[in-house]
Unconditional design. Structure first.
Lengths: 124, 133, 404
């Protein structure tokens, strides 16, 4: 599998076929023996900004601590949860449990649902 | 990207000053607009508010461009003649706006005729400026 | 039967959604100043757009990716972000211009100046996005936009010399004011070839769940819809050439633009112009807001759909709420929408390669298109026109500013 071509930046879908964002980065384990292997998928702002410049990654991380869901780390999904890699990367997880949708839920609860007609996340 | 930013900055910071010929074209454009508008109003094809506001706009633009032009008028024309033509046109435009408000069509028609004569005078001056460039 | 309905609707919405403040202002200025001489720019822009729209639909139907999905996945995040920055900045300026166009239309109808309309207009645009569905927005706005066909009626009423008009379809140099001529040519190209149209079209194809069976329909919609739309732009130019040029009227302001229709159609011209601009700019404002939100959402992998409640695609809804709100601000402070329009059209031309070059790469990639990749004609037409637009833009924008 060609990781950059087939996995990086692909859409992530959870077990209910709900979009969970995109693969922002990959964590690889380089052991003493054997080839390096992918251990986790990273989803989230700082990982992405880091790919443009490390300073932007640090800025994104710092801003993320100040408001929003205030995650200390980007969302990390174990590679073992990957079911298939095709047009999208299908995962055997519940999207909301991975932390990948924290921002979506935070914006929905703190901004959108306060505007009349915005609806309610919990009604689904 | 750099060239784009450069162009944008230049755009914002420095606009080229128009030539006297271009200024006269702009003045004639506004006078021409007022005449078309005036004829339209007399035929009841344009509403009062739009007509009045556009005539006022024409008047303001004429004053502004005219003042700029008179700061350094071209040598090929008599600046007193130009000043006179501009002042008369400006007065007529202001008067027309008032007459629209008063819904005085006969009065408006008379002033419109005068504006058409102003247009001819301004066109002659414009031609003199163009031919010298 | 369903496909025939979709086809008809597709053509109608393309026609109704074609004109907006950019295409009207640039065509009107061109006609008023240079007569028929810039018809070739509309022709070239429309031709290029036909190919680009067809390609956008084909990419969506075959690869099940929108253009933005594919740019992110094929080129990675850093490149995607670079494209986002350039494209969205210019699209935002165009959005400000469109909201200004709605404001101006209301100004000439009511006498209340456009800065006062900035907030109410933005609110209505936002409300339609908040409560409306994709079909309602796409179809409703475009059907109302059909009132712009009145420009064609006006052009026919003025009895143009068709031989003279046809000669304008080939580029000819003007006698004077060359820098303005090329600046207008660039602006017309930017007004015709708007990247936001492509993003909107490909997103719509995905929302409507197009597959390979839609490829013939896609071709017909692109060809006929954009061609008829191009005729509308040409009609505006012809009307301005016949109604305004002989009287020496330049189109510096919206109020002057209205005069072309009062001359051509004395009884209803004024109201047809105002309503045309109102509905055309409304439709465009909705499309651009959606296109910008799609760009963010598809690029970052958020939920996006106009057919669900805002809380189900919270970040998508948040983006369009923010941009519509921000777009009102310059207008509230009285910034002239016509000036923004001219600047944004020229800048669109200058930034076209940013969006189109990656797109051309995608359209030739077998992973995405398989056997439906671009042929040499598509590649050549688009490549050449984009190159022309870019070179003209880079040369003419500074020339226009610093004096030809």
């Amino acid at each position: 599998m060609h990781l950059v071509r087939d996995v990086l930046d692909k859409k992530l879908m959870d077990r209910e076929d709900c979009p969970m964002g995109r693969v922002g980065g990959l964590v690889m384990h380089v052991g003493e023996s054997g080839p390096p292997r992918v251990t986790h998928i990273l989803v989230g702002g700082p990982t992405l900004w880091m790919r443009i410049h490390p300073a932007l990654g640090r800025l994104s991380s710092a801003l993320g601590q100040m408001w929003g869901p205030r995650r200390k780390e980007p969302a990390k999904i174990p590679w073992s949860r990957v079911e298939t890699v095709g047009r999208e990367v299908k995962l055997d997880v519940e999207g909301k449990d991975t932390g990948a949708l924290d921002w979506e839920i935070w914006v929905a609860r703190h901004i959108i649902e306060h505007i009349p007609g915005g609806g309610s996340e919990e009604e689904e | 990207m750099k060239r784009l930013l450069f162009a944008t900055v230049i755009l914002l910071v420095s606009c080229k000053p128009p030539t006297p010929a271009e200024q006269m074209d702009a003045i004639l454009s506004w006078v021409g607009s007022a005449i078309v508008l005036g004829n339209g109003w007399l035929r009841h094809t344009t509403p009062d508010t739009y007509t009045r506001q556009t005539l006022t706009l024409s008047h303001d633009q004429l004053r502004q461009i005219g003042a700029e032009l008179l700061k350094s008028p071209p040598a090929t024309i008599d600046s007193t003649e130009l000043d006179g033509a501009l002042t008369r046109s400006g007065t007529h435009l202001a008067r027309m706006a008032q007459l629209v408000e008063a819904r005085n069509s006969p009065g408006f028609n008379q002033v419109l005729d005068s504006l058409e004569l102003d247009q001819k005078a301004l066109k002659q001056l414009s031609d003199k400026i163009e031919s010298s460039q | 039967m369903k496909k025939i309905l979709q086809l008809s609707l597709g053509i109608i919405t393309s026609v109704g959604g074609f004109l907006e403040i950019g295409s009207v202002t640039t065509a009107a200025q061109a006609g008023a100043q240079f007569g028929y001489k810039l018809l070739w720019a509309i022709l070239l822009g429309t031709l290029c757009l036909i190919f680009l729209i067809e390609m956008s639909g084909r990419l969506a139907a075959v690869s099940k990716h929108t253009i933005v999905d594919a740019i992110r996945e094929r080129f990675g995040f850093p490149f995607f972000f670079f494209v986002l920055l350039g494209t969205v900045l210019v699209a935002f300026m165009v959005l400000v211009a469109e909201l200004g166009g709605i404001g101006f239309a209301l100004q000439i109808l009511t006498g209340i100046r456009f800065p006062w309309w900035a907030l109410p207009v933005s609110f209505v645009v936002w409300l339609l996005m908040w409560k409306g569905t994709f079909s309602l927005i796409e179809n409703g706005a475009s059907l109302l936009g059909l009132v712009t066909v009145s420009f064609v009626v006006a052009a026919l009423r003025l009895n143009p010399d068709w031989t003279s008009a046809a000669s304008g379809l080939l580029p000819t140099l003007p006698d004077d004011d060359k820098s303005k001529y090329w600046f207008l040519a660039v602006s017309i190209l930017g007004a015709s070839i708007s990247p936001y149209l492509m993003f909107f079209y490909s997103s719509g194809a995905i929302e409507d769940k197009w597959d390979r069976t839609y490829l013939p329909i896609n071709r017909v919609i692109a060809a006929f819809g954009m061609t008829f739309g191009g005729f509308l732009s040409m009609a505006v130019l012809i009307v301005a050439a016949l109604a305004l040029r002989p009287k020496g009227i330049q189109v510096e302001t919206f109020q002057q633009a209205a005069l072309m229709m009062t001359t051509a159609l004395p009884k209803w011209g004024f109201y047809l112009f105002a309503l045309s601009m109102l509905f055309a700019c409304f439709g465009a404002a909705l499309e651009i807001s959606l296109a910008i939100s799609y760009f963010f959402s598809q690029g970052f992998g958020w939920n996006w759909s106009e057919d669900v409640e805002p809380s189900s695609d919270a970040r998508f809804a948040f983006v369009y709420t923010l941009i519509i709100g921000f777009a009102a601000v310059p207008l509230m402070f009285g910034v002239d929408p016509i000036k923004i329009t001219m600047m944004s059209m020229a800048l669109t031309s200058a930034t076209l390669p940013l969006a189109i070059v990656p797109f051309l790469f995608l359209m030739n990639d077998p992973i995405y298109l398989g056997k439906h990749r671009n042929g040499w004609i598509s590649n050549t037409v688009v490549g050449v026109v984009i190159l022309i637009s870019f070179v003209l833009a880079v040369v003419s924008i500074p020339l226009e500013i610093m004096g030809g």
